[in-house]
Structure formats: structure tokens, C-alpha cells
Design a protein around this ligand. Sequence first.
Ligand code: AGP
Length: 611
Amino acid sequence: MCGIVGYIGKRNALPIVVEALKRLEYRGYDSSGVALIHDSELLVYKRQGKIIELERSLPEPGKCSGNIAIAHTRWATHGEPNEINAHPHSDCHHRLAIVHNGIIENYKVLKDRLMELGHKFVSDTDTEVIVHLIEQFTLSEPTLEDAVCEAMKRVEGTYGLVVIDRDDPNRLITIRKGSPIVIGIGDDENFIASDVHAIIIHTRKVIYLQDNEMCVVERDGFGITTLDRVRVKPQISEVDWDISTIEKGEFKHFMLKEIFEQPTTIENAFRGRIYESMATARLGGLSVPLHELRRTKKIHIIACGTSYHAGLIGKYIIEDLSRIPVEVEYASEYRYRNPIIPDDTIVFTISQSGETADTLAALREAKARGAKVLGITNVVGSSIARESDGGTYIHAGSEIGVASTKAFTSQVTILSLLGILLGRMRNMSTVVGMEYIQELQRLPEKVNRILQKNAQIRLIAESIVHCTNALYLGRGVNYPVALEGALKLKEISYIHAEGYPAAEMKHGPIALIDENMPVVAVATRDPLYDKIYSNLNEVRSRKARLICIASEGDELLAQIAEHVVTIPDTLNNLQPILSVIPLQLLAYHVADLRGFDVDQPRNLAKSVTVE
Ligand code: AGP
């Protein structure tokens, strides 16, 4: 999604904001732009395509030394992804420029009214309406910040916004509703960004602006108010991430690096959360008293994409371990239907970014219906984390690759802990609890063993690199793993792939199978092994190219499959944490061999902050 940065200080602003924009590239974008004040003039540069195109259009650093600038990467919503529609957008007199994330729903009404008042529009964007509306209010309001607040009171929709003013090069104004804005506090300089990644190399002291707050940011200070200009006391937070998580290091792509981080990130997810002497888990942040958790009669899990797949696995685990019924639903569906949320239901939202618009809206819907909503998120201070009644962080560190990998295994690890916790409160014995705990602790080493198969998986990828379709099969708890494997392949290699429960395949998709169709099957040694083995024989007899993820020591599947990747055994409910790893690597290598931009696949954004 779109990215915002702003800088005010004593240094040359242009290289700082361009560098910061590059750190937001992972979010996905189609054009970029920058506005700065130089010699009392407002200069705006924009380009379609990659940031490198924007850089080529910029003056040399020595020739342009303004100390205040804003910049933007755009992911088109209203209007084509071209140079005119790229941000920043300016007012009629080229005094103001703004960058905006979000969507203005009533832009048409506002635009018509502003045109009647004589404002001239050049783009097809909803954003341009905002800058003209602010310009209009500068005619009646005493200060620019008053004009910004009055303008934004008239706007329906979501926004994270930064305004630069040619006539006042000593401050930037930022305001938000529904789209994140973080202010970075430096030494005689300050930063604004839509995502802390952009500014973390400059400062770790940040303020997460809240909805309906406006902040005037100066070189040596800042002041926050509500839209009604009531002062707000800022909450300063310290970002404690390891900076190496935002660098690729020795890896060719962030996705590959993140796949290889999983032994550590899985461990980080359970570290400090295992209560060995009681053979259970503790998830302190849930903020639900134990007696209330014990009373839980139903769980809803709401999420999108990969997080939704983690939720599906959570259903298998939690229902099996605690016997509490779990419903898992796409957030985009949940938010618009009329969900039944009985008393004693806990609603969990799962989101890596914590900013996914559909998940956030579903969270609000559940809260509005009086449900207790807990968030499982990665990004600290994100909207979902803040708006939930409680929850837990997965501690996976920054995930930059658009294709989510390490967040998925960390989410499933947290859901396993939750299953253990709820199970131990009901009918799970100490012995079983202990067995789960010990197996969880063995997972990082087992993941390491799977990662050593990287070279073998690259060879398998070579054998399917030219295919146009693929089918992924799994059963039981490995069925959502098949869905996830297919999602990984399609989003980065643009090969059409579908995940199916292996037995369901014979009710339709089997018609697609011929000698050109790779079928990737997760067939580890579990209670359904014999069943899936039969399903795979059906596939093989239709000449499909069978690739199996099997348990170490399995000799049967090698007789029918073209390739077998073996993985260590674990408890059935924990198997997805291992079985997904070869599928992540397979998707990565196919995309890399096809020469695609693995970390920034076309049309995709890291966090989808629009409906
Ligand atoms: C995962 O590879 C995808 N890029 C996407 O499906 C993602 O999982 C989804 O958009 C949800 O994001 P979230 O976890 O940040 O809410």
C-alpha cells in the first residue's frame, strides 16, 4: 500500500526522504513523488514506476538543499497509476502540497463543490480534493493547522496525511484517521512516516499518532491536538527491533532471508510463554482473566490471506486440544454479514501488519456487538494491536517480503500455545501438555533440518518452472498448509495454483489432471496417511507429476512420486509448522527461476489498507 515520509531538520531533506521511501518499497507501489521547499519555492517531482525513476528526475543533491520535504509511494486506488496521479498533489497556487494514504469516500461531492468555487483539478485522484479543500479553508481559518482540521472534518473515509507549506518552511502538519502515521523524534530533526521501517535508522523514539489527531512537526519540537484543537499529551514509545531485520544481509531476497529466520522466529514466538512446571502456556497480553478464558464457549478467528490460513490451522488445533468450537472466517465476509456472536465467545483477529483494513473493520464490528476481541499481530503499536481488548505479539521481527512466511509459522506457534492453554484448562492431562511443550521446543531444530533441503527443493523448482497450473493437496491439519502453499506459488510466480483437501479433489479438480499438472501433496505420517496415499495413487494414475512432502523414513511415496522431500515428524497438530517450510521454499525458487521480483510481486501490497 501507499507509503508516506516527511522530514524537517538541519540536514538536506531530499536524500533522506528518498532513502526512507526505499525502505517502504516492500509495501508495494506503482509511482512515487517528493515535494520540498528550496529557495522559497515549492518543488514537486513525480514519476511512474520504481523509485529509481524518481531519483533520475531529481536535481543533484548539491543543487537542492532544502531542509524540509515530504514523499510518497502510491498504490493506485482512484485513477490510473501514472505521473499526474502520483503524489504529492498541490493546490491552485502551488503553495501547499500533500501526500495521502487512504480513501476519501465523499470525494466526488467535495470535488464538484470545489470546482464550483473555482478550484482547478489536474488529476483523477481523491487525494487532490483534500489539498484544494485545505486551500479553501485557509481563506477563512486563522492558521494552516486550523484549515487542515476544518477540511478533514468534512472528509469521509480514511487518511494518513502530511502537508507542506511553501509559506512556512518551518513545519509539517500531519493528521490521521484509519491510516497509520508515526512521528520519529530525532536530535534537532523530526520525521514522519506511515511505517516505522522508513525512519528506524534515524531514530527509535516514536509517537504513534491516534485517529483524529493532528500534529504540527517542527525541527525542534511538535504539538499534538484533536481536530477540535484540544491539546493531547504525546505517548513516546521506543522501537526495540533489531535493525538487521530490515537488511537483506547475505540473502538474495528478503523472502528467502525470512524463510531462513524461522528457527529463530518460532523460538521467539514461544520464548517466555511456556509454563513448564504446570505443563501449560501463558499468554500474558491476552488480558482475559483465567476464569473468563475457562468459560469460553466459542472462538471466532477473523483474518485475511496467509493469516487466515494460520487461523484455519488454529481451528484444528484448538478444537482438538480444548474441544471449544472455532469458526474461522475471512474478515471481508465477516464484517458485512450478520455474524452470530453468542455470549462467552472470544473473537481473535490475526494480522501480521495489524493494519489490514478488512480485519480492522471486522474487529470493530465484533466490538460493536459487544464481543471481547483479542489480536494476534506482529507489528507493535499497529491499529489492530491498539484497538483490540488485548492480545499477543508474535515477535517475528519485521517481515519485508510481500509473501508472508515467518509470520505464518509464528502465528501457528501462538495458536498452538493457545490450544495448549485452553486445553489444560479443560481436559488435557499434564502428560499431554508436557508432550506438546517439549515438541514445540524441538521445532526450531527440526526447521533447521528442513532448511538444509534448500538445494534439493531448488532442483524440484527447476522441474516445474514452466508449468502454468499446479494443484496442492493436504488432509486434516495439513489441508490449510496446501492452501498456503498454493497462495505462495501464485502470488510470487504468477502460476495459477489451487489448494484442495486431498479427498475433495475427486469431486472436480481431478478433471484437470494430466501429465503437465504438478500436484504438490503434503502426506506426512499422520492418522490420515493411508487415506491420502490412496488419493495420491488416483492422482498418479492420471499421470500427474507428483511432488510429496513426506515424513523422514517414508519409502512408499517414493514409488509413486517424481520428487519426495522428507521432513521430521512431530505431533500431528504441530506438523503444519514444519510442512509449510518446503512449500515456501518451492514457491520462492520457482519465482526466482522465472526471474520475477520476489519481494515485490506485481499488484500486491504488504499490508492492504483499503477495502
Ligand atoms: C501473504 O503472503 C499475503 N501477501 C497476504 O495474503 C496477507 O497475508 C494478507 O494480506 C493479510 O495480511 P496481514 O496478516 O498483515 O493482515
